[in-house]
Each structure stands twice: as structure tokens, then as C-alpha cells.
Design a protein around this ligand. Sequence first.
Ligand code: RIB
Length: 305
Amino acid sequence: MGKIVVIGSANTDLVVQVLRMPAPGETILGGKFMTAAGGKGANQAVAAARLGGKVTFVARVGNDTFGEESLAGYVAAGVDVRHVVRDAEAASGVALICVDAAAENSIVVAPGANDRLSVEDVERAEAEIAAADFVVLQLEVPISTVCRAAEVAQAHGVKVILNPAPAAEVPDELLRRCYLLTPNRNECARLTGLPVNNAADAKHAADALRRRGVRNVVVTLGSEGSLICGETVCERVAARRVEAVDTTAAGDVYNGALAVALSEGRSLVEAARFATAASAIAVTRMGAQTSVPTRAEVEALLVEA
Ligand code: RIB
């Protein structure tokens, strides 16, 4: 079983189904409401654990009901939460999410305790990081913390997967520490300043990122699948056709699954196939962590086609 350390955000998602997104200044009436455990870091940690990884999560939640419920969910998924700090000074992170009739989402995050995940929190988890096969990072916590996590991982020869979400610019020093970068189309455009409208554009942008020092790049392209550009490979993995109801956390499930498959010694392309199947199941369900499939569900889908 591969050992994975996920360092990142934990939120509670307040989700409303809408027919269409509201325009600025407009009030619209939505449909069903749900509360679900979310946060890019937590979603990736829970996905990796439910799919068979041995996962430690490094994060901060508030000393409040949302924090308590989130922690209980991580434990139930089998995540080691010894490095999830209960922060008495800040509320748990919250995300307000609208999901429209096309299964697309629009998200606003109030980071709360996530903004206080510190370099010291990472350093306290150094022994866990040193013992891991992969460290998985995103950009929903302070960039100084992300950079330090990558530095500590690299110092111990541990491979870093950076999911550069939400879209932001990233220092070259951080890119150079990454074994794998996993942007979606928008994040890839933001990182490179290049248009990413199709697989050919994605290849161009991935090459530009590799010239900046990342070893491997997987660009996720939604219904167009993903493009894997690595040291020894450049291949497209097709998406699976499904009836999507909510694309929230599809990228997180993809990243968690990718980390599990890589930690089990699969190639990048094999790992991308596994991750594609996992995220295809996730988009057929509402919510973030509520949508994460089990290993058996993913394996059954892989056998089907
Ligand atoms: O990637 C989806 C996640 O983004 C949601 O769960 C929300 O909490 C935000 O972090």
C-alpha cells in the first residue's frame, strides 16, 4: 500500500442546485440544498484513502461544529488525522457552491483556518513526509506553506504532486521541486499565459511547464480527457461518457486516485486511466467527499470497458 501525505485545505461545502448561475446583482431561486465535506486538500486525502492509499492529512480546521464533523469524516475514510490542527483562533473553512443544470459549479471559499496552515505545521509533520512515497499539494493554503512542504519532501527524496488549484501563478522554484503538476485547462493557461483550448494547446503549455523544471505534467481537459506529458511519454487518455450531475471535486478525486495508483508503482498513463475512472464516477454524484467512489467501484468500471 502506497503512503501518501496530503497537505492542504479543509472546507465545509454549502451547496445549492440552480438551473443557471446568478448574474451580478441578481437573486435567483435555487433548488435543493446540501452540506458536504469539501476543500481541495481534504477531498484529495479522502479520495486517496477510500481508493486504497495509506494517507496522512496535514491541515487546519476550526474548533467548531464544521471542524468536528469534517474530522469525523476523514477518520471514517481511514485518513490519519494526527496532523490536522484544531485552531481555536479561526473558523473552519467554508465554500459556497452553486451547481447548475449542466453540472458545472461556481465556488467562493472563506478560507478561515486554512489561511493559518503554517510552515511550522509542515515541519511538525516532517517524519510523516519523509516516510511517504508521494506528497500531494494544492494552492488553497498559503503559498509559503506549499513551498516549504515541497522543499521538505524534496530533501527526503519524496515525490511531489502539485495540483495548482485554484488557478494562480507559481514560483519556478516550486515548479522545479515537482515530480508531477496536474493543472486543468484554466490553471494551465494561468500558469503559462498561453491559451489552452484543446489538446494541442495543452501539449504546448505542458512543454512550456516542463522547460520551467516540472518533470511531468498531466493536463485535465474535462470531457476531452487528460494529456500526460512526461519524461518518457506524451499520451492522451480519453474521458469516459457519463451522465454528470455535479463536477465539484472531480479534479480532486482525479488527483487522489492518481497519487494512489502512482504509489502502487503504476505508470503515469495507467495511473491516469485509473484516475479518469474514479472521477467519472464522482461526477455522477452530488457533493465533494460524498461523491468519492470506492476502490471496488473504480475497478468494476475499468473492467467494463
Ligand atoms: O475542488 C472542489 C473544492 O473546492 C470544494 O470542495 C470546495 O470546498 C473548494 O475547496
